[in-house]
Design a protein around this ligand. Structure first.
Ligand SMILES: NC(=O)C1=CN([C@@H]2O[C@H](COP(=O)(O)OP(=O)(O)OC[C@H]3O[C@@H](n4cnc5c(N)ncnc54)[C@H](OP(=O)(O)O)[C@@H]3O)[C@@H](O)[C@H]2O)C=CC1
Ligand SMILES: Nc1nc2c(ncn2[C@@H]2O[C@H](COP(=O)(O)O)[C@@H](O)[C@H]2O)c(=O)[nH]1
Length: 329
């Protein structure tokens, strides 16, 4: 791969506006037969989403993916969402018990609308077999498979039956995969997204490395249909991470830890994630509104009134930096 770049290395080039107000610009996106207000989904991590946040997002027209780290709660979560007329979107892993879980969901006729297979190295037979298992028992569910970082992986998972793939190995804010293993798309996530999108025939979810709202538009330009974001959603009052007060200045912080961190796993085995504190930043609703306004503005700069306009804008590469603004460790 040559000419790699990341979010901070790209600027999109404005085109003549066709709207009189940014409020005319439509940020909605379709995925799996539903339309959502934004092409954004909070990361399926335990410090980012819980049942309450998931319900809020579903009720208000946003996409969500529930995490898989409290497996005992998943059935009741789906039943509750169904009882309230809301869609279900859950995550699974690839271990033996997850196969039984899929069968159980099918036996109870719960059929969640979205199932995300969430493992670190998604280009694997383990994921291919799980896609096939889900498609056999729950053919109506929309399957998102990941994470991957190459066109070969996107093609193989699509061929196995995935309805969408999730791209991003190691660009996350609390990720240390790039440092511990030397592998991944950290530092060139946006170029990896473009590379994968060229091979994809189904939607791609760009996962990790989003640091500003402008990065959402950039992801869309380089082929994403949806963008998964952790760190920008970690600091809200509704975020499930612990709230921590700094004793010296009284400033409030929220904890944000990696799904492969010692904090998540409860042991120091194959750790590829860390824990950080992010500044408390008010309500989720405010951030979602601001994201919508910023994206409406992006669409207007792209010279259109729908998200699709962003796909066709020109861009320049302005510099390169391997850590995308993050501290190394
Ligand atoms: N997007 C990213 O860059 C990354 C995300 N994560 C997140 O951390 C969480 C935990 O992920 P994960 O450890 O995969 O989940 P699990 O602990 O559930 O592992 C899933 C399965 O995949 C195996 N496995 C894990 N890593 C690899 C690998 N590199 N090569 C081959 N097999 C592997 C595991 O076996 P065994 O443990 O015995 O190897 C296990 O059988 C997930 O939410 C994931 O999304 C983690 C790292 C990177
Ligand atoms: N390498 C690791 N990646 C992780 C871990 N936990 C989550 N993640 C990935 O990060 C994104 C969120 O990225 P952000 O830049 O928006 O904060 C998340 O969706 C996962 O794909 C981990 O422990 N290690």
């Amino acid at each position: 791969m040559e000419n790699v770049f990341d979010y901070e290395d790209i600027q999109l080039i404005p085109a003549k506006s066709m709207v009189n107000s940014r409020s005319e610009c439509d940020t909605t996106v379709s995925l799996g037969g539903r339309t959502f207000k934004l092409p954004v989904v909070p990361a399926n991590m335990q410090t980012i989403i819980d049942e309450k946040v998931a319900s809020y997002l579903a009720e208000n027209g946003y996409f969500y993916i529930m995490h898989r780290f409290e497996p005992e709660k998943r059935l009741s979560f789906m039943k509750d969402m169904k009882a309230r007329g809301l869609y279900s979107s859950i995550s699974v892993g690839v271990k033996e018990e997850e196969y039984r879980f899929i069968q159980q969901i099918a036996d109870e006729q719960l059929s969640p609308e979205y199932i995300t297979i969430d493992i670190a190295h998604g280009h694997s037979n383990a994921v291919i077999q799980m896609i096939q298992h889900i498609k056999e028992y729950l053919p109506q569910s929309f399957v998102i498979a990941g994470n991957v970082g190459t066109p070969e992986a996107v093609r193989e998972l699509e061929h196995a039956g995935a309805d969408a793939t999730k791209v991003g190995i190691g660009p996350g804010k609390v990720c240390i995969t790039k440092i511990k293993t030397g592998f991944g798309t950290g530092g060139w996530q946006l170029a990896a997204l473009r590379w994968c999108a060229k091979a994809a025939s189904k939607p791609i979810i760009a996962d990790g490395g989003i640091r500003t709202h402008g990065d959402i538009a950039k992801s869309f330009r380089f082929g994403a249909t949806m963008v998964m974001i952790g760190s920008l959603f970690a600091g809200h009052e509704e975020s499930p991470g612990k709230t921590i007060e700094n004793e010296k200045d009284g400033m409030l912080y929220k904890e944000y830890f990696g799904s492969a961190s010692e904090f998540q796993k409860g042991e120091k085995k194959n750790v590829e994630g860390k824990r950080i504190l992010v500044e408390h930043k008010g309500s989720l609703e405010d951030t979602l509104k601001e994201m919508e306004q910023d994206l409406q503005s992006s669409i207007s700069y792209a010279g259109g009134n729908k998200l699709e306009a962003i796909r066709h804008v020109d861009y320049v590469v302005v510099k390169n930096s391997i850590f995308n603004g993050d501290k190394v460790y």
